[in-house]
Write a protein that binds this ligand. Structure first.
Ligand SMILES: *[C@@H]1O[C@H](CO)[C@@H](O)[C@H](O)[C@H]1NC(C)=O
Length: 329
């Protein structure tokens, strides 16, 4: 903290004296992983546009899609105001999940294979040690560099936002029945779960915003551990799978129990998609650095809340295929 030359100053000195042609090369690249899922690619596009518009840092977007969707997302980026972003499009092969997910007739959309991309980050990212993963249904209002600067404690492979660490305005959302403990995600009637000795009242965390260390992730074989808990769920049905996002959250709660660093709560204001009638105060939303519409009521759909805060970053589909659902439209 008391270093004589804070990093920013050093950078300025370099720029001044060496007169580099491309000062951007000097800056650390920030890799951000976002999935572009079929039927909701507009979500990824809005998230990317919000990040890009609110930072001067050097962001490299990893846009992950399924094979059929890749030409569409590429055209969308290249033929819109997003054409100047730095990005790589990566195909995710859902065969890797074969035998690891349980069919859920109640909410098949949660079984969208791209929900599991976050389990496989080191297969995607080779050149960077630290990476950010974001769900597609977020909007970033702060400078993504601040999130990237989240400190990971020694021995931690990731940072998440803790569900008990919510600002007090979340009380309102809590009152509409949101789950914030392990009990909401794991079936404590099952011996396998009880044998873990994790208290059911342990606070859960939301893996929709992740800052991760790939070195530590590989070292701890996190992907293998997550796969083990997916497989066990297929055999023993251990999770409360009806919960929003539960299918991908439960294995993470198990693998990262007691082993993650916190993310500043303002960097993950969530549950905006929880109910069509629950709203936050405008003042509070202005302070928020990242907004997450987790839940059923998505801002590209109708009904939804605080839709204006999302739509402001939306970039229309040049092919006209993706359309916002709005009343009277
Ligand atoms: C990532 O983890 C490795 C291994 O523990 C550690 O040496 C390194 O400093 C960590 N990097 C960051 C950016 O936290």
């Amino acid at each position: 903290m008391n270093a004589p030359f804070p990093q920013k100053v050093t950078k300025l000195i370099f720029l001044k004296y060496f007169d580099l042609e491309s000062p951007e090369e000097m800056e650390e690249e920030i890799p951000v992983v976002i999935c572009a899922a079929p039927g909701r690619m507009g979500a990824a596009v809005a998230a990317i546009s919000s990040i890009y518009s609110n930072t001067d840092s050097n962001v490299l977007f990893y846009v992950v899609g399924l094979r059929n969707g890749i030409p569409h997302i590429r055209k969308w980026i290249e033929n819109s105001r997003l054409k100047d972003i730095k990005f790589k499009i990566v195909e995710f092969n859902p065969m890797v999940l074969k035998g690891k997910i349980r069919p859920d007739a109640a909410r098949p959309e949660l079984l969208q294979p791209l929900n599991f991309v976050r389990f496989y980050l080191p297969l995607l990212i080779h050149e960077h040690e630290k990476v950010i993963y974001l769900d597609d249904d977020v909007i970033v209002q702060g400078d993504i560099q601040d999130l990237y600067d989240t400190k990971l404690s020694h021995g931690h492979a990731a940072a998440f936002s803790n569900d008990c660490d919510l600002p007090s305005t979340h009380e309102m959302v809590r009152s509409v029945g949101m789950q914030n403990t392990y009990m909401g995600f794991l079936d404590y009637r099952k011996q396998t779960i009880r044998d873990l000795g994790i208290s059911p009242s342990t606070c859960s965390f939301n893996p929709g915003v992740i800052v991760a260390n790939m070195t530590e992730w590989k070292h701890q074989r996190i992907t293998k551990q997550l796969e083990k808990w997916m497989q066990k769920n297929v055999e023993e049905n251990l999770y409360s799978s009806t919960l929003a996002g539960g299918v991908a959250t439960s294995p993470m709660l198990l693998v990262f129990h007691g082993k993650y660093s916190p993310i500043n709560p303002l960097w993950h204001i969530r549950h905006l998609g929880w109910s069509p009638d629950t709203r936050y105060s405008e003042h509070f939303l202005q302070e928020a650095k990242l907004l997450h519409w987790n839940g059923r009521y998505k801002p590209w759909d109708y009904p939804s809340v605080h839709t204006d805060l999302w739509e402001k970053w939306f970039v229309p589909d040049p092919s006209g295929t993706f359309k916002l659902v709005r009343p009277n439209s």
